[in-house]
Write a protein that binds this ligand. Sequence first.
Ligand SMILES: [Zn+2]
Length: 452
Amino acid sequence: MAKLKFYGAAGEVTGSNHILEGDGVSIMIDCGFFQGVKVCDDKNNEKFPYDPSTIDALFVTHAHLDHVGRIPKLFNEGFKGKIYSTPPTREIARLMLDDTLRVIAREAKADGHEPLYHEDAVQKALAHWETVPYGKEILFKNGMSARLRDAGHILGSAMVEIARNGKKLAFSGDLGNSPSPLMPDTEHLSDVDYLVIEAVYGDRAHENINERTNHLKQVIEETIARDGTLMIPAFSIERTQDLLLELNEMIEGKQVPEIPVFVDSPLAIKVTKVFSDSKSYFNKTVQDDIRSGDDIFKFPKLRFTERSQDSIAIKSVPNPKIIMAGSGMSNGGRILHHEKNYLPDPKSTLLLVGYQAVGTMGRLLQEGIKSVRIFDEDIPVRAKVITIEGYSAHKDMNALLEFVGTMQDSLKKVFVVHAELGAGLFFAQRVRDYVGVDTVMPKAGEEIEIDF
Ligand SMILES: [Zn+2]
């Protein structure tokens, strides 16, 4: 027998943290931030509800902060085990945690307390962090073995498959919106008895990929016709690179005229470099393009503005132009400078391509607010604000159900995590109805015994 314990992303979409405990071995899957309006929600300050020194190993599914944010804190509270992930996940997590140090220091200062952790804890985590390729077996003393499988979500993302006594348990991590522009399709899993699955979009269907590309093209054409600036607040991992790949195709394919495109985020620029160095992790189509000589992150008039003086100089580049910058929800980062400059301009457009959390400026803009406060100034919003759905890196409700359906013959029980209560319960019911498998949505702190 073994126990599954759910300590985060249980009944909510962030704070991923699960433990499998059986026969003297404890394996943790992910240890991420709880996130809301703040990058690091106050809830992260609470002590872990278990003793981290008793955990043997931590598997990291991918480098998003809601999966890696609390790893350094684990070391501050006694964790001594090894961390395993794919090589790109370790590399991107290193960049994310480094960037996070600055963000959590700023947020903590504003709230008048100490940051959650400092650089020494990040260094400890990296020193204990080993990389393994997809498919390689890691053995534990009680006979458990673990393997990473490609989740197709973001670069290096993995599902974790754990086998023991002829039975198999799989943690989905976040599941890719296959087919994705850059990533391979989610790998097929077989003979899975127990499945812990994310369901962020458990109750929603996505816009079709072709519609979203046409929509983007139309927004660019309108920007050119009006001689405006197109601002795209973009997340640093995957979204920025997906957009670059699409722009690369549109511009090199002469579907839209060449206009200046700026990637104005030091983090996104560093992450794009990791993508460039990890070409074997792309899907076959993109790998074939690269082999035929196309540099997918290079096209006429594309510029990466890492230094702040280059960022400031974007203002003097005549319209039309496209600026991609972080943060993705306009709650910080260089996008704020551009929004201050161009939101008052009726010729300009703000294009939202990612989830905008309640309480963020991005959400207010999405909902049509007429004036926003940026750097202590009231900024009138006269620019067009447009949302394109369909850039999600997650499977939608139908793809999730289809994924579970492929394991129908072997599945004994499904655990739904990483979903808001409504979406998760809705998805759990659909799995029961359509796949016919016992499905539950664990509560935070819940422990469930399984025959494993
Ligand atoms: Zn993710």
